[in-house]
Write a protein that binds this ligand. Structure first.
Ligand code: NAP
Length: 282
């Protein structure tokens, strides 16, 4: 099976490439914001499966530039999906828990629950997944949450774990929201599950996250416990934090469908975090 990964230099793309034995496609090959680049890139890729890890991921910035978020995450993805369908290639695409949030919720969301994004970013990703699923019944959309991986380190998006460790090193007070509950997910584990889903020819919409759930404050507590650090850490509310984009108070995704497809559940977020920190040291 010939596979290429677009967004190959992102944190998920970098972990997926070796697992899938895939070739890389980068923005210079296919820029989702420049429609004229998409058709030639898909045609010359000549793949059985195109895995799209590329996205506009600036959640707060998207509130002020929704046109760019939609150009990449919705319209660029629409074109990509149409070109893949014309070329007979399956498109595997990633989406986000941030397309939930409108409803008050305490139980994990399943794939059949109605989305209700609170942000321009969430709305752009929701439009993108609709376009992918509409273009071909063979396509697969994987919704995930709170990614961190080795290749986010120092990257433009960074990752939450590295940000916490940096703030602790700098000796700064660390205030983290304690009213957003979700499931941070290690890109290595997501890449493993993605490979199994592709190998099995899975299609449609599937939620894939680590096990369990926590608030970002609880996640930070566990990072520092495992790292043996004791910084000035305290919980705050989302209102006190004052981010530009609203985020869901609860966006835990149920992995029941993934399990029903016979895919081994991802390990608990605490075990995944421990593995990430151990790999980082080594
Ligand atoms: N990060 C999270 O917490 C999170 C949570 C849920 C879902 N997701 C989804 O998971 C997927 C992977 O996320 P990630 O964290 O690995 O992303 P990432 O590290 O931010 O990487 C994004 C990649 O997309 C590329 N890209 C951005 N705009 C592009 C464009 N116009 N055309 C082509 N390529 C473009 C970037 O290329 P450059 O290197 O050239 O900038 C980069 O390689 C995305 O669909 C994201 O929405 C992420």
């Amino acid at each position: 099976m010939r596979i290429k990964v677009l967004g190959a230099d992102g944190q998920l793309g970098r972990d997926l490439l070796p697992k899938l034995g895939a070739l890389a496609l980068r923005r210079a090959d296919c820029d989702l914001a420049r429609s004229e680049t998409v058709a030639p890139a898909v045609a010359s890729a000549a793949v059985d499966v195109l895995v799209n890890c590329a996205a506009y991921n600036f959640v707060d910035r998207a509130e002020n530039e929704p046109d760019i978020a939609f150009a990449v995450n919705a319209l660029g993805v629409r074109l990509l999906a149409r070109e893949c369908a014309s070329a007979g290639a399956k498109l595997v695409h990633f989406s986000t828990d941030y397309l939930f949030g409108h409803s008050v919720r305490t139980e994990p969301y399943s794939e059949t629950d109605a989305p209700g994004p609170l942000s321009a970013y969430g709305a752009s990703k929701l439009a993108g997944e609709h376009f992918v699923l509409a273009a071909s019944a063979r396509n697969l959309v994987i919704r995930t949450c709170g990614l961190y991986g080795a290749h986010g380190v120092g990257g433009k998006g960074g990752n939450f774990v590295e940000t916490m460790l940096r703030l602790a090193r700098e000796g700064k007070p660390i205030r983290v929201v304690n009213d957003q509950r979700c499931t941070p997910t290690y890109t290595v584990d997501l890449a493993d599950a993605t490979k199994v889903l592709i190998d099995r020819g899975a299609n449609g919409l599937v939620h894939v996250t680590s096990g369990g759930d926590c608030t970002w404050f609880e996640f930070a507590q566990e990072i520092f416990r495992l790292a043996g650090l004791n910084p000035d850490l305290a919980p705050i509310t989302s209102a006190e934090f004052g981010a530009a984009a609203r985020r869901p108070a609860y966006s835990v995704l149920s992995n029941a469908k993934l399990h029903s497809l016979g895919v081994k559940p991802l390990r608990h977020w605490k075990d995944a975090l421990a593995a990430y920190l151990a790999a980082r040291k080594g």
